[in-house]
Design a protein around this ligand. Structure first.
Ligand code: AMP
Ligand code: MG
Length: 352
């Protein structure tokens, strides 16, 4: 077991001595968990294959699931990638720093372990001051997947990282809750039109406004397992975001959803199960059974996204056997929220 250093750091004005310490760990090939504006990431020197390998070990991540490379200056794109299409400039100008990851053809300097053996590399410039300071301090790109054990809900608090990875990594920078709460949008720009491989913090609507045409990979909006012969983004294949409890998502018009959930809650309670209901502000007053938590108002999808993973972990801590979640509308951030909810539920979806 490693001794994991937990450092509280100011999210707005990160203390230089703490950043220096963490950056040195990265430079020496170690693992540092750090906040980004989406979720906490588990970072290593992206160009050091031995260090990146340790990420897979610590997270118990399948080795063919590539890792996003985080940078702090735009020029790095042209060092890490080749054949960069012109459309990328506009995307970078509009969305970086921010929750947009670009999949590009990888240059020779990117180790195969970082790309999961693919000939593409996923790159993003995060917006969080701590993340940017760490990358600058390390003076190298940082490979960082979400800082959780593979398959579990992503970490939006340093406490979640501690739960999953304490003793398995070298340090954790704790700057409090992350702002967006779902991961970045992964956009493949090696094809025409560009294709969303994972919906996230930058919405389809925002991308269309810049690019005109944008496609979505069928797996990103699937309501069930789909057969992916040649996974562009191997992460699509794996179970994700799953709480320990069994989980169901009920989708449809709100009044029908409420009615269905009430019936299901009663059924499971009668069967002796501890029931958690993942509701919204508009509906939570309707439920008088089980443990009810609200993700926020349906009119405030950013808030719903921010609360989602934390509430899944809270239900697990409270020893709930089954989580019944309301679906939300699939517009804007709702696309990313529904992608996470469906996957977390292992595609146990009820449509009413
Ligand atoms: P996470 O582990 O939560 O950071 O997820 C990273 C996501 O980005 C996973 O779904 C990966 O499959 C995807 N990804 C990373 N690199 C690539 C790449 N080169 N091509 C396609 N998808 C990628
Ligand atoms: Mg992840």
């Amino acid at each position: 077991m490693k001794r994991t250093l937990v450092l509280k750091v100011d999210g707005e004005n990160p203390e230089p001595e703490k950043i220096r310490l963490a950056a040195n760990i990265i430079r020496e090939g170690g693992l540092v968990a750090f906040p980004t504006e989406t979720v906490y990431g588990l970072g290593a020197d992206a160009l050091n294959p031995k260090a990146v390998k340790e990420i897979y070990v610590a997270k118990m991540r399948p080795v063919d699931n590539p890792i996003i490379v985080h940078i702090a200056s735009r020029e790095e794109v042209y060092r890490l990638a080749v054949n960069v299409p012109r459309s990328v400039e506009k995307l970078i100008e509009t969305f970086w720093p921010g929750p947009l990851t670009l999949v590009l053809k990888a240059s020779d300097i990117v180790p195969k372990v970082t790309t999961g053996g693919l000939d593409t590399v996923a790159i993003r410039m995060p917006k969080h001051k701590v993340a940017l300071a760490l990358i600058r301090g390390a003076e190298r790109p940082i490979a960082a997947p979400s800082a959780n054990i593979a398959g579990k809900p992503s970490p939006t608090l340093a406490e979640h990282v501690i739960q999953d990875l304490y003793g398995r990594i070298d340090a954790i920078l704790d700057a409090g809750p992350t702002n967006i709460g779902v991961e970045s949008t992964v956009l493949d720009v090696t094809c025409n039109p560009p294709q969303i491989l994972r919906p996230g913090g930058v919405t389809l609507e925002e991308l269309k406004a810049i690019l005109g045409e944008v496609s979505i990979h069928p797996a990103a909006i699937a309501r069930g397992e789909i057969y992916i012969e040649h996974a562009k983004s191997p992460g699509m294949k794996y179970r994700h975001y799953a709480p320990k409890a069994e989980m169901l998502v009920v989708e449809g018009e709100l009044s029908s959803v409420i009615k269905e959930i009430k019936g299901l809650a009663e059924h499971y309670l009668k069967a002796g199960k501890k029931v958690g209901i993942l509701a919204t502000d508009e509906s939570m007053g309707e439920y008088n059974l089980g443990i009810v938590k609200s993700m926020g108002s349906r009119k405030n999808l950013p808030l719903v996204a921010r609360n989602l993973f934390r509430l899944l972990r809270e239900f697990d801590e409270e020893g709930v056997d089954i989580i019944i979640a309301e679906g939300v509308q699939q517009e804007d951030l709702g696309l990313a929220i529904m992608n996470r909810l469906r996957k977390a539920a292992g595609y146990n979806i009820i449509r009413v």
